[in-house]
Write a protein that binds this ligand. Structure first.
Ligand code: KIV
Length: 284
């Protein structure tokens, strides 16, 4: 779906029905969001992965609601068509339904059209139900859930057995029943992701979950070859921005030292009259 009509959660549902794949990328700043939007991507996620890609943390656990609000405002200003989803960071929804509603509401006021929460415990499902009844669109996120890194104990693939796939399906169904409009499946074997996708009505958006999901999401810094940390196996790199940045910075550095930069066209000049006055005053 690359027509210019804004993408909504209704579009997501229709795309699943028509078996059209949904494309999603993360973005964290105005210009990148604008370019991604203009490329025809269906949805832009302000992921709390910005903790690693932008802020240099080891995990997403340090990201605050204030961080998310700053980047959500920047991204949403650049987007005209794609559905903008903002991650609810760790500790912004774990305390109570009231806390979740207040923080989700702030993200919506910052420009997002939906928020994303990780997990599918009874507590989270109750919050999702409350948020959707308050008019806030919610995306679920199951499989590997980075905010639970300390309980999972590492970057492990989830749903690796028949029993665990059934558990994931149960979570996905319960997310749907409680009002989630889509569910992110992270690091799940493709057979399990296919089974889940075929047995729920809302779209699954996979990251490291194979080709059978209803859509795909990746982190923009990973596909651009920009991220300075580890790149997971499920990433395909489409560009090498890291080398472009390094080469541009080193050429600039050299030209500054060699007085090649700034060129005449990068420079402002006085009028002849003003320059003459200046030259006169110097020689006096
Ligand atoms: O934080 C993030 O970027 C995410 C996705 C990659 C699913 O949650």
């Amino acid at each position: 779906m690359t027509e210019n009509k804004p993408v909504t959660i209704r579009t997501f549902r229709q795309m699943k029905e028509r078996k059209e794949k949904i494309s999603m990328l993360t973005a964290y700043d105005f210009s990148t969001a604008k370019y991604i939007d203009e490329s025809g991507i269906d949805s832009i996620l302000i992921g709390d992965s910005l903790g690693m890609t932008i802020l240099g943390y080891d995990t997403t656990l340090n990201v605050t609601i204030e961080d998310m609000l700053t980047f959500t405002k920047a991204v949403s200003k650049g987007v005209k068509r794609a559905l903008v989803i903002a991650d609810m960071p760790f500790l912004s929804y774990q305390v109570s339904k009231e806390q979740a509603t207040l923080n989700a509401g702030k993200l919506i006021q910052a420009g997002a059209q939906a928020v994303k929460l990780e997990g599918a415990s009874d507590f989270i499902l109750d919050e999702i139900s409350h948020l959707t009844q308050s008019g806030i669109n919610v995306a679920g996120h199951i499989g590997f859930t980075p905010q639970y890194i300390n309980t999972i104990g590492g970057y492990y693939i989830q749903g690796k057995s028949y029993e665990n796939t059934l558990k994931l399906l149960d979570s996905a169904k319960r997310l749907e029943e409680n009002g989630a409009f889509c569910v992110i499946l992270e690091m799940v074997p493709e057979e399990s992701a296919k089974f889940i996708s075929e047995n729920i009505n809302i779209p699954t958006i996979g990251i490291g979950a194979g080709v059978f999901c209803d859509g795909q999401v990746l982190v923009i810094d990973d596909i651009l070859g920009k991220f300075a940390g580890n790149i997971p196996k499920f990433v395909k790199q489409y560009a090498n921005i890291k080398d472009i940045i390094k080469n541009a910075a080193s050429s600039y550095n050299k030209e500054v030292k060699e007085k090649v930069f700034p060129l005449k066209e990068n420079t402002f000049n006085l009028s002849d009259e003003e320059r003459e006055k200046l030259e006169y005053s110097i020689t006096k």
